[in-house]
Design a protein around this ligand. Structure first.
Ligand code: SAH
Ligand code: SF4
Length: 396
């Protein structure tokens, strides 16, 4: 594909300043206009050429002709009592995705999205809520192909990948929807979809989000969560030198249990995944986050906790324990009468104590905004008909 064809296929919102300059050269326009347009889009969140007041009229018309416009629009905004704001985003083909703005909570109610982004920062005052500082959870696909039995996105299956323009636009419209005087201090790729199953657009979105002439968010403030696509983890480490924080949805510490709830484990068992995590080029003082959703009677026993201790021994990790949120149509395992559900609080405590007793930092997290169905995947999918999947994942 020639560079011109690539430009033609690329949505204008996903161009870097250099790519803008190339495009402008094709139109015999001065190169510096590239940076000007990039700043309008990524610093000010303006995607309508008519609002780009310092550009000549003829260039604005050319930009409209070239397709510069927001690739997404806001369908619905829902606010939770705890300050979480969920934005339902409509795509051009009328599909819906979701993006969640999460205020940094007090130490007592820290949640999975914000805690790790602010850990150890100077502006942190333990126990004091700072509702003016937000992180944003964004989606990378409509639905997800990975088919995890406890996850609404997985149950629905993959509808399509998002483009880099659609991914970065979630941040651009998210910034506009922040309360007055609030700032966006971090981004987590923990919404719908498996980010490493849509690697190219996700990598381009990371470059755009961290571009100093645009949103300018350091990759240190970005966490990407994956179910464990080994090639993707390796590529992310190579392409970004370990700058992006990595969270891994482990959810089980033996292949037998992991395969029951996460089909990806058949393709990449723990014997492949763990070495890839150990090889991730973690900067000094950084840790990999292990996400472990506690599912009653499936992965929450003492033996499961001990297996986890053994699996992560010697690694720089911290563990986030999240009691599973009930989702409609969750997997029904053989021998069980109902779908998967979250572990009881006393089981969660015992699991945490087992880890802590072995010297592992383990935290119990909740998902904010439960009253607006803010567990990722649920709001956008409430309109999509989810397929009922029963017994489709068999024990190994
Ligand atoms: N696909 C990526 C990122 C999106 S999911 C991944 O799986 O890591 C973000 C997190 O929510 C993952 O850890 C996922 O396992 C978890 N999750 C999904 N459904 C859940 C549920 N019903 N209850 C609790 N956590 C859930
Ligand atoms: Fe996909 Fe992550 Fe849900 Fe698994 S947990 S189905 S990988 S979104």
């Amino acid at each position: 594909m020639s560079s011109q064809d690539q430009n033609a296929a690329q949505h204008p919102v996903e161009r870097t300043p250099e790519q803008w300059s190339e495009r402008l050269a094709e139109w015999d326009q001065p190169k510096y206009r590239g940076l000007q347009i990039f700043r309008w889009i990524h610093q000010r969140g303006v995607m309508d050429p008519n609002e780009m007041s310092d550009l000549p009229k003829a260039l604005r018309a050319k930009l409209i002709e070239d397709g510069l416009a927001s690739p997404v629009s806001i369908d619905l905004i829902r606010d939770a009592i705890d300050g979480t704001r969920k934005v339902l985003v409509a795509l051009h083909d009328d599909r819906k995705i979701e993006s969640v703005l999460i205020p940094r909570g007090s130490a007592a109610q820290q949640d999975i999205y914000t805690q790790e982004l602010f850990e150890g920062q100077d502006d942190e005052t333990p126990g004091v809520a700072t509702p003016s500082v937000f992180s944003q959870c964004i989606s990378t696909q409509v639905g997800c192909a990975m088919g995890c039995g406890f996850c609404a996105s997985g149950i629905a299956g993959l509808k399509r990948n998002l483009t880099a323009a659609e991914i970065v636009s979630q941040v651009l419209i998210g910034k506009r929807e922040l309360p007055q005087n609030a700032r966006l201090a971090g981004i987590v790729f923990m919404g719908m979809g498996e980010p490493l199953h849509n690697y190219g657009p996700v990598a381009q979105a990371l470059r755009l989000i961290s571009h100093p002439e645009g949103i300018g968010l350091s990759l240190k403030r970005v966490t990407l969560s994956t179910s464990g696509l080994v090639e993707g983890i390796e590529k992310l480490g190579r392409d970004f030198g370990g700058a992006v924080n990595l969270a891994i949805s482990l959810h089980a510490a033996t292949d037998e249990t992991r395969t029951r709830i996460m089909p990806i484990n058949k393709r990449h068992p723990l014997s492949e995944l763990m070495p890839a995590l150990r090889a991730y080029p973690l900067p000094p003082r950084r840790r990999i986050t292990i996400e472990y959703t506690l599912i009653e009677g499936v992965n929450d026993s003492h033996a499961d906790a001990r297996a986890l201790v053994k699996l992560v021994r010697g690694m720089r990790v911290k563990v986030n324990l999240i009691p599973m949120n009930r989702v409609p149509d969750a997997l029904v395992l053989p021998g069980s009468s109902g779908g998967l559900s979250g572990s009881e609080p006393k089981v969660v405590d015992a699991f945490q104590n087992e880890l802590r007793g072995a010297g592992i930092d383990a935290f119990v997290r909740k998902r904010k905004g439960d009253d607006i169905a803010a567990a990722c995947g649920q709001l956008a999918l409430s309109g999509e008909k989810a397929k009922v999947r029963r017994l489709s994942v068999r024990p190994a």
